[in-house]
Write a new protein. Structure first.
Length: 680
């Protein structure tokens, strides 16, 4: 790839970022400035310079970004080279390291990954085992404390030292819960999301020969969305790059919106302090939005605190003013959005439902929008909302598979031991718990333990023997050749789950619906298998399932993928649409009331900036005079952020002034279509 070729495909700043491959580089990529293009071209350029693809590690913030980069790279270089790259999220990279190295920390390589509900359950168990009443060790506060400690790279023994060194009694309690919680994780051979970075950093720190192996392999690092990295991620980056220093980070401090997850915007703001020899390159030409949208966004973010100065500009034309619309209440606001979209679709044959997105600060604000869209027969897609994989029958099926892969996973075993009912209820579980307390053996091993079996009723003993036998047989089946999805279907049948759904859900129609959903889950396994470049194991699929992110979760009220996108602003990051609605721009809604009470609205302002910069052609901001709160209609006031919008760039309108009503016949036609769709 010659300089002349790059000059045709990239602007000068993008080309500079692509060609600077030695030493640390900070690429400040403003919204819509071609960040993904730069990263993919940079990887292609590295390969063109003769760099071995196995020496390149590219870490992204989301699975979606990783998939997009792989697709784009496949069009630039030999797809076989793409397969040899390590390109994925931080967590997926850490899981790969742990599969190879976790034995050094006394885990087995077939460890499981706990989800949020299992994590909560384990924290409750830990608190109960220590004798703490619920009000003395509440799950959410304990969970936040544990996550914070792990993000600070503090193992339980270090957290206890901190707590004993002058922390409050509450912190001392939480440090003890953390220790017990971590013991439960290790005993069940499972890890949580925060462990992935903590354990990798711990292995690298304790075993220099392991760190050196990964340093020698990954000599060129790229980190996407660097503004969203946390302290633990920065620590692992430092470990890997301490010698070769070939690190390229790409990000935008103005789009740092995940502080509540532990992201530290100081990582990007202090990059030059961490890497004094770093070169900084700014990308400011926006390829997404009109000049007026960018001018408004620049004005909003310009009122923020500490940041890198950037001025986005566009060659896409001046564009239209932003629209600011006040509705009488939340229902009228939703009706306006639906009517406006319907009018645009009717007026412009080139306009598609996929061109529209409706953004909101919190998920609960979607209710009135969903109802309005259904009434208007407008198809929609919800990103990050209630999702297929969150359904109980799917989580139950996954629990069965988790036990198959990792027998010490007591949480998953307890979930399915008597599901469907097989005579292994509370008395059986009590016996198992009593024996585990004396021998520290996992429940699955105790199912066939002679001492336990003597205490089981004859029926329970027979049921446990049959239950365990299916698992033992299918461990051999899954180790052999053949399709993964077929094996999953056979296992769920033979273990009694699929046919047992009728016992769990007495209503025949309900049980059939649940069975169909499990069938769709098996189809998802088949799709994963089909899309994998190499043969996959059950553990590979469960790993992919565990690493699902908010942007991977899309629920639709249509069957062909068309529809207006409904999403929180957080989940919309990285997406773009010609037409964007930012709804509910009201006091204590956006910015969120919690941020206002904590006097920490800087991140909320950056979140508003992210919302503004999703729009390409038209941006419509709405707010309501009243909104229901816990069943009570309350008066609302405009968001304080609206004051940052330049007056000459905003047109204030009422819904009535903007809406072109649809003919009654068209409304009836669309209502009939949506009813027919819902009846199917």
């Amino acid at each position: 790839m010659t300089d002349a070729e790059l000059a045709k495909l990239l602007n000068p700043q993008q080309a500079e970022a692509v060609k600077t491959i030695t030493g640390p580089v900070l690429v400040l990529a403003g919204a819509g400035t071609g960040k993904t293009r730069v990263i993919t071209f940079r990887i292609a350029y590295l390969l063109d310079q003769g760099i071995n693809p196995e020496n390149i590690l590219a870490m992204t913030f989301t699975n979606k970004a990783a998939r997009e980069m792989k697709e784009r790279l496949g069009a630039l270089v030999d797809p076989e080279q793409v397969k040899k790259l390590t390109l994925g999220t931080f967590h997926s990279f850490c899981v790969k390291v742990l599969r190879r190295e976790i034995g050094k920390l006394h885990y087995l390589p077939n460890f499981g990954i706990v989800d949020e509900s299992d994590r909560n359950g384990l924290i409750r168990q830990a608190a109960a085992a220590l004798g703490f009443p619920k009000n003395e060790a509440p799950v959410n506060q304990a969970k936040d404390y544990i996550s914070r400690m792990k993000n600070r790279l503090c193992f339980p023994r270090q957290a206890k030292k901190l707590a004993d060194g002058g922390e409050s009694p509450e912190q001392v309690r939480f440090s003890r819960v953390y220790e017990e919680y971590q013991n439960l994780l290790e005993a069940q051979n499972v890890v949580d999301f925060d462990d992935m970075l903590l354990l990798v950093h711990g292995i690298f720190a304790e075993f220099p020969e392991v760190l050196d192996k990964y340093r020698q392999r990954y000599r060129y690092l790229l980190v996407d969305e660097y503004q969203d990295t946390n302290d633990a991620q920065l620590a692992v980056i430092r470990q890997l790059t301490a010698e070769h220093r070939n690190l390229c980070v790409v990000g935008d401090d103005d789009q740092s919106i995940y502080g509540w997850r532990g992201a530290n915007v100081s990582n990007i703001l202090d990059f030059s302090a961490d890497f004094p020899e770093a070169k900084s390159i700014k990308l400011e030409q926006n390829y997404r939005s009109t000049a007026k949208i960018l001018a408004a966004a620049n004005a909003v973010i310009g009122s923020s605190g500490r940041r890198y100065a950037k001025q986005l500009w566009s060659a896409r034309g001046t564009g239209e003013n932003l629209l600011l619309v006040k509705a009488a209440d939340a229902e009228r606001e939703a009706e306006f959005v639906a009517d406006y979209i319907a009018g645009k679709i009717a007026d412009d044959p080139a306009c598609s439902y996929n061109d529209f997105a409706v953004l909101y600060r919190s998920n609960h604000l979607s209710r009135s929008l969903e109802m309005a869209f259904r009434r208007a027969a407008i198809p929609y897609r919800m990103v990050g909302g209630q999702e297929f994989f969150d359904r109980k029958e799917i989580k139950d099926a996954v629990a069965y598979l988790k036990v198959l892969v990792n027998p010490p996973d007591d949480q998953s075993l307890l979930r399915v031991l008597n599901l469907p009912p097989r005579g292994l209820g509370g008395r059986t579980v009590d016996i198992l718990k009593r024996h585990r307390a004396t021998g520290f053996r996992p429940f699955f091993a105790l199912l066939t333990d002679e001492a336990c079996r003597r205490e089981f009723s004859p029926a329970a003993a027979a049921a446990t023997a049959a239950f365990g036998a299916v698992f033992e047989r299918y461990r051999e089946v899954f180790a052999g050749p053949g399709g993964l999805a077929v094996k999953v279907g056979s296992f769920l049948t033979d273990v009694g789950y699929l046919d047992g759904l009728q016992k769990i859900y007495k209503d025949r129609a309900e049980s059939q619906k649940r069975r169909e959903n499990v069938g769709e889950f098996i189809s998802a396994v088949a799709a994963f298998e089909k899309n994998s470049a190499t043969a996959v194991k059950l553990q590979d699929y469960l790993e992919s399932y565990a690493l699902l992110e908010e942007n991977d979760k899309i629920a639709e009220n249509n069957s062909d993928g068309r529809g207006v996108t409904l999403t929180t602003v957080h989940a919309a990051k990285g997406l773009e649409y010609p037409y964007v609605f930012q709804v509910a721009m009201e006091k204590n809604v956006f910015p969120h009331q919690r941020a206002v009470s904590e006097n920490s609205t800087d991140e909320e302002l950056r979140l508003f900036y992210v919302a503004l910069t999703r729009a390409g052609k038209q941006l419509i901001i709405t707010y309501s005079a009243s909104r229901p709160d816990k069943g009570v209609e309350r008066n609302q006031f405009p968001s304080e952020f609206l004051r940052y919008l330049p007056e000459d760039l905003v047109d204030v309108r009422t819904p009535e002034e903007l809406i072109k009503p649809l003919p009654r016949e068209e409304v009836s036609k669309r209502l009939a279509a949506i009813r027919a769709m819902l009846d199917n």
